[in-house]
Design a protein around this ligand. Sequence first.
Ligand SMILES: [Zn+2]
Length: 237
Amino acid sequence: MTELLYYQNAYMKEFTAKVVSLDEEQQGVILDQSAMYPGGGGQPSDIGKLVNTAGDEFIVNKVVRGNIHLIDGEHLPEIGAELTGSIDWERRYKLMRVHTALHVLCGVVWHEYGASVTGGNMEPLSGRMDFEFERLQKDLVEEIIEKINATASEGHEVRTQILPREEAFQIPDLIRTKVNLLPDSIQEIRTVEIVGLDLQACGGTHLANTSEIGTIKIPKYKSKGGINKRVYIELEA
Ligand SMILES: [Zn+2]
């Protein structure tokens, strides 16, 4: 089991780790601990590099399920090797800003219009979120842009917590986001709270405060049939 350092501190850019095992088939490395996010919940995996004590560099082009760090080229570090890892931080921080902006969007749309989220996806500086939101139209989009920017600039703190499944199931906000659909095998649920706005089960990496998001734009939205609407967001570099 890899210790997930990004759960303790989403702002960790560098870390040390030891190689626990190799996945020769996937050209992958499993570490005792890592700050690299393996992707999930619409947030893509981190990329970065690992360097051993001899100074050999191993480029991580993706981290996949099981926290397997996939390496470019043919060479892998040795089992037991002590490595220093570094994340492509510029990219990750943009993802954290987009991810947190999507939580703000989700919270505002729920509180103001009662529309619930059905899915989402993100890239550095852009993302999209799907809602069951029948009455979404152009004039409403303008209003939403104003409200999400006003809310983000209020500087809401973002808190994460890990709760036993039963306890999480008692929280009304989590039930709304369909936490009860998580498989039985998941006994602990990580919650992300934008204090005063939004509480969700989420395993991704977020900002510490919404004031770091910057200006949020909604360049377009579209109907996905029936009551389903897709809203796109963009952030400034
Ligand atoms: Zn999240």
